[in-house]
Design a protein around this ligand. Structure first.
Ligand code: SF4
Ligand code: SF4
Length: 88
Protein backbone atom coordinates (compact mmCIF):
# COMPACT_ATOMS: atom_id res chain seq x y z
CA UNK A 1 0.00 0.00 0.00
CA UNK A 2 1.33 3.43 -0.84
CA UNK A 3 0.80 6.59 1.09
CA UNK A 4 -0.20 8.74 -1.84
CA UNK A 5 -3.70 9.78 -2.85
CA UNK A 6 -5.30 7.16 -5.03
CA UNK A 7 -5.61 8.24 -8.63
CA UNK A 8 -8.87 10.03 -9.11
CA UNK A 9 -8.84 11.52 -5.64
CA UNK A 10 -9.48 15.26 -5.81
CA UNK A 11 -6.63 16.91 -3.99
CA UNK A 12 -8.15 19.41 -1.60
CA UNK A 13 -11.47 17.57 -1.35
CA UNK A 14 -11.07 16.12 2.12
CA UNK A 15 -14.64 14.85 2.32
CA UNK A 16 -13.46 11.47 3.62
CA UNK A 17 -11.66 13.32 6.45
CA UNK A 18 -14.86 15.08 7.52
CA UNK A 19 -17.97 12.98 6.88
CA UNK A 20 -17.08 9.55 8.31
CA UNK A 21 -16.54 8.67 11.93
CA UNK A 22 -13.08 7.29 12.72
CA UNK A 23 -12.78 5.07 15.74
CA UNK A 24 -9.00 4.79 15.87
CA UNK A 25 -6.93 7.44 17.63
CA UNK A 26 -5.66 10.33 15.55
CA UNK A 27 -2.86 12.59 16.83
CA UNK A 28 -4.77 15.44 18.48
CA UNK A 29 -7.98 13.36 18.60
CA UNK A 30 -7.16 10.44 20.91
CA UNK A 31 -10.74 9.13 20.86
CA UNK A 32 -10.96 9.28 17.09
CA UNK A 33 -13.56 11.55 15.56
CA UNK A 34 -17.33 11.61 15.22
CA UNK A 35 -19.07 11.66 11.86
CA UNK A 36 -19.34 15.11 10.32
CA UNK A 37 -16.45 16.54 12.32
CA UNK A 38 -13.40 17.85 10.58
CA UNK A 39 -10.23 15.93 11.42
CA UNK A 40 -7.70 18.15 13.21
CA UNK A 41 -5.03 16.86 10.85
CA UNK A 42 -6.82 18.22 7.80
CA UNK A 43 -5.03 21.43 6.89
CA UNK A 44 -6.43 24.63 5.40
CA UNK A 45 -5.97 23.23 1.90
CA UNK A 46 -7.94 20.10 2.88
CA UNK A 47 -4.82 17.98 2.72
CA UNK A 48 -3.75 15.56 5.42
CA UNK A 49 -0.88 16.75 7.59
CA UNK A 50 0.07 13.13 8.24
CA UNK A 51 0.86 11.96 4.70
CA UNK A 52 3.85 9.67 5.02
CA UNK A 53 3.65 9.80 8.81
CA UNK A 54 3.36 6.43 10.59
CA UNK A 55 0.90 7.99 13.06
CA UNK A 56 -1.66 8.36 10.29
CA UNK A 57 -4.52 5.97 11.12
CA UNK A 58 -4.60 2.78 9.09
CA UNK A 59 -8.20 3.43 8.20
CA UNK A 60 -7.09 6.57 6.35
CA UNK A 61 -4.56 4.62 4.32
CA UNK A 62 -7.27 2.15 3.46
CA UNK A 63 -9.73 4.74 2.19
CA UNK A 64 -9.16 4.91 -1.53
CA UNK A 65 -10.85 6.93 -4.17
CA UNK A 66 -14.09 5.22 -5.08
CA UNK A 67 -16.06 6.78 -7.91
CA UNK A 68 -19.34 5.62 -6.36
CA UNK A 69 -18.58 7.26 -3.06
CA UNK A 70 -16.51 10.25 -4.10
CA UNK A 71 -18.88 11.28 -6.86
CA UNK A 72 -17.88 14.18 -9.03
CA UNK A 73 -17.59 16.91 -6.45
CA UNK A 74 -16.73 17.51 -2.83
CA UNK A 75 -20.34 18.16 -1.87
CA UNK A 76 -21.43 14.92 -3.55
CA UNK A 77 -18.78 13.04 -1.61
CA UNK A 78 -19.79 14.65 1.69
CA UNK A 79 -23.39 13.70 1.08
CA UNK A 80 -22.69 10.13 -0.02
CA UNK A 81 -20.29 9.36 2.81
CA UNK A 82 -22.78 10.79 5.27
CA UNK A 83 -25.51 8.54 3.86
CA UNK A 84 -23.20 5.54 4.14
CA UNK A 85 -22.47 6.42 7.79
CA UNK A 86 -26.16 6.37 8.55
CA UNK A 87 -26.51 2.88 7.07
CA UNK A 88 -23.68 1.38 9.06
S1 SF4 B 1 -13.78 11.86 -0.62
FE1 SF4 B 1 -12.81 10.84 -2.35
S2 SF4 B 1 -12.13 12.49 -3.69
FE2 SF4 B 1 -12.52 13.36 -1.68
S3 SF4 B 1 -10.54 13.32 -0.62
FE3 SF4 B 1 -11.62 11.45 -0.08
S4 SF4 B 1 -10.93 9.91 -1.56
FE4 SF4 B 1 -10.41 11.92 -2.37
S1 SF4 C 1 -5.60 11.68 9.63
FE1 SF4 C 1 -5.42 12.64 7.64
S2 SF4 C 1 -6.36 11.21 6.18
FE2 SF4 C 1 -7.02 10.65 8.24
S3 SF4 C 1 -8.97 11.70 8.54
FE3 SF4 C 1 -7.37 13.01 9.37
S4 SF4 C 1 -6.81 14.38 7.72
FE4 SF4 C 1 -7.92 12.66 6.83
Amino acid sequence: MTDTPHSGCRAGCGACCIAPSISSPIPGMPQGKPAGTRCVQLDDNNLCRLFGDPRRPRVCLAFNFDADLCGSSRSEALQRIEELEQLT
